[in-house]
Design a protein around this ligand. Structure first.
Ligand code: NCD
Ligand code: ZN
Length: 347
């Protein structure tokens, strides 16, 4: 039985760090163990221009603990008013790594997102020409589409037509939650990849809704039925380089989660690595954890893998869920995977 495993210092290819007090509270939880993270731009107002990305990056660096070896990789939030030259210049100069497409209204802080994809086609063409990856929140928002079907319908109505129109565009289907998404990415060639979150590898919709509603498991895309969760786990542990970690760790204060209309988002940064070690171990796939958390994403984004390593060790006793974070504005609950976790980051 493997009791210790050393992996390459990992990357989180989908992370929400927020701003101000929350940014200060959550950044250390990622910065201690991850080499890089792709920072989501859905602030209020969103990060739309090169200059806003530079300023946000500086605020993140100021929130990093001294001595942490962490590089935020920035994204821009695509709007119908995005300036293609500003965007392409920011990518060319290394200010941004990718651009994020939120269908308007799809999720937290997405009001400025795209309503009509035709309106952003010139920007997407410029991105395809310049090799700037597009990260998509892959859900339609039409009120007649059931929330559990929104990812599958997005593939048919938006993603596949877009990729046929712009075959050179590199796309990341973020936080895939369905076997439909997995199948689409698996058959999609080198120009498409998918991130998988930690929480979607653990929870299905029953965990959220059966026996009482658990607001801390509400996120978008919403957790689906068990067959889908199993497909996500199979993809994560498969060693297929099209799939890599993007935690989508999305902190919201308890006061915003435990409300009549609670926010979507689960905070997983503190225990993501331990949870992943647990699930890969359970499936006899610890040897593939490095690929999922450190190698596949770096290869897709064409950056060198990180220097340095992280060691995880198995523990006799189950590890407690990390304590809720105390922020100046209130409490922040950490993801409870609901199964005993017998792994922790060593040291
Ligand atoms: C994210 C957030 O809170 O910013 N919420 C979530 O449920 N994942 C937005 C997102 O990635 O959809
Ligand atoms: Zn997200």
């Amino acid at each position: 039985m493997t009791d210790r495993i050393t992996i390459t210092r990992p990357d989180d290819w989908h992370l929400h760090l927020r701003d101000e007090a929350m940014l200060a509270a959550v950044t250390p939880d990622t910065a201690w163990h991850f080499g890089r993270a792709l920072i989501m731009p859905n602030l209020v107002p969103p990060v739309v221009t090169r200059d806003e990305a530079i300023a946000y990056r500086q605020r993140i660096m100021a929130a990093c603990p001294a001595g942490a070896d962490f590089t935020p990789m920035m994204t821009l939030y695509l709007t119908e008013g995005t300036d293609a030259d500003d965007l392409v210049g920011a990518a060319r100069d290394g200010v941004i790594t990718a651009v994020k497409l939120y269908p308007a209204g799809a999720t937290t802080n997405s009001a400025s997102g795209v309503r009509d994809i035709d309106k952003v086609m010139p920007v997407l063409e410029a991105m395809a020409d310049s090799g700037v990856p597009l990260c998509v929140h892959g859900e339609v928002t039409d009120s007649d589409v059931d929330i559990f079907d929104r990812e599958a319908v997005f593939i048919d109505r938006v993603l596949d037509p877009l990729r046929r129109r712009l075959p050179a565009l590199c796309v990341v289907m973020e936080h895939v939650t369905t076997s439909d998404g997995i199948d689409y990415v698996r058959g999609g060639g080198d120009s498409i990849a998918a991130t998988l979150t930690t929480h979607h590898l653990f929870i299905n919709r029953n965990h959220m809704l059966a026996g009482g509603i658990r607001p801390h498991y509400y996120c978008l895309p919403v957790a689906k039925r068990e067959t889908h969760r199993k497909a996500l786990v199979a993809a994560a542990i498969s060693g297929d380089s099209s799939f890599f970690l993007g935690t989508d760790s999305a902190p919201h204060l308890d006061s915003a989660k435990l409300a009549p209309c609670g926010c979507a988002g689960i905070y997983t940064s503190p225990n993501t690595l331990a949870c992943l070690a647990q699930i890969f171990d359970q499936h006899d796939a610890l040897d593939r954890l490095d690929g999922f958390v450190a190698l596949h994403g770096a290869a897709f984004y064409e950056v060198p893998v990180n220097d340095g390593t992280v060691t995880l060790e198995r523990t006799e006793e189950a590890q407690p869920v990390p304590q809720d974070r105390v922020t100046p504005e209130g409490m922040l609950t950490v993801f409870d995977p609901m199964v005993p976790i017998h792994w922790k980051v060593a040291g």
